[in-house]
Design a binder for this molecule. Structure first.
Ligand code: GUN
Length: 283
């Protein structure tokens, strides 16, 4: 039976370190890292994320601002808010919660956020910097996966790493980070032929396709490390990952549960990026 990677415990340990660093930063510079979170409209899931981000800021000792804008906010109004936050020295990180209502252009907002304050690492400047391995911020989910692997003592160098999913937010940057760590990386997606066969080659399998319980025991090599990025809601309302835990866990050497694996790490990595942005602002 696999070792279960406890994302909650690892996340709590990293937050304690961030809190300590934040107090030292405050002692040295007289101000706290500041994060602004923008949410447009009343999507309940987004509201929960925003509340959790605010709580996390309090926990680690950051200054934070939340902007809850009405659904009918115009692009000009949103742009004006981004411009104001770009110019505000008390704000080091800006996060605009996605998805935005349909009448707003997400790309325009991503491009407008100062890359130095882009704690999501969605701006093309930051995406490009990740590609060449010269980065300040990593997108929160793949960064969380790398931290889970590192803190579980899992070696990546020379390993067969299979990432299933090629989104800009998870799959593509995840592949790049594993490559920087000297993994041999394969990226699979919906058109991949013989997916199960490719997955069975993996020493480290990262599942990020958004299909509940898709990866079953027969798709996993004995002793593989299985990281489940999925967050799916079953018909009965239960949260479940992309990995069928029951059939995969007996074969894996390490596995992340859902909930309690990758999920808790993402906001922690956002805190990490905000601290980094504050540190870089005083360089
Ligand atoms: N919506 C869901 N996850 C995220 C995230 O990581 N960043 C932003 N900006 N919006 C999200």
């Amino acid at each position: 039976m696999a070792n279960i990677i406890d994302g909650k415990a690892i996340s709590a340990a990293i937050r304690a370190e961030i809190k300590e660093e934040t107090e030292a930063f405050f002692g040295q510079h007289g101000f706290r890292p500041g994060l602004a979170v923008i949410i447009v409209g009343e999507d309940p899931a987004s509201q929960v994320y925003v509340r959790n981000k605010r709580r996390a800021c309090e926990e680690v000792g950051f200054y934070s601002e939340a902007y809850e804008l009405p659904h009918n906010t115009t692009q000009d109004e949103l742009n004006a808010l981004v411009d104001k936050l770009n110019a505000d020295p008390a704000i080091h990180g800006i996060l605009c919660q996605l998805p935005l209502p349909k009448h707003l252009d997400e790309n325009e907002v991503i491009l407008r956020i100062d890359p130095k304050k882009d704690v999501d690492a969605f701006h093309p400047t930051n995406v490009g910097r990740i590609m060449i391995g010269d980065y300040s911020f990593l997108p929160c989910t793949p960064a969380g996966v790398m931290a889970l692997l590192a803190r579980s003592g899992i070696e990546i160098s020379g390993k067969e790493c299979v990432v299933v999913g090629r989104s800009n937010i998870v799959g593509k940057p995840q592949a790049m980070l594993l490559l920087h760590a000297n993994g041999t990386v394969t990226v699979c997606h919906s058109r991949t032929k013989n997916l199960a066969e490719v997955c069975r080659r993996a020493d480290i399998l990262v599942a990020a396709i958004g299909k509940a319980d898709f990866f079953t025991g027969d798709m996993v090599k004995e002793g593989a490390v299985v990281i489940d990025v999925g967050m799916n809601r079953r018909a009965d309302g239960k949260l479940t990952g992309d990995v069928d835990f029951e059939s995969v866990a007996p074969k894996a050497s390490y596995i992340t549960p859902v909930p309690g694996g990758v999920g808790p790490m993402t906001i922690t990595m956002l805190m990490q990026n905000t601290l980094t942005a504050a540190k870089e602002s005083v360089k």
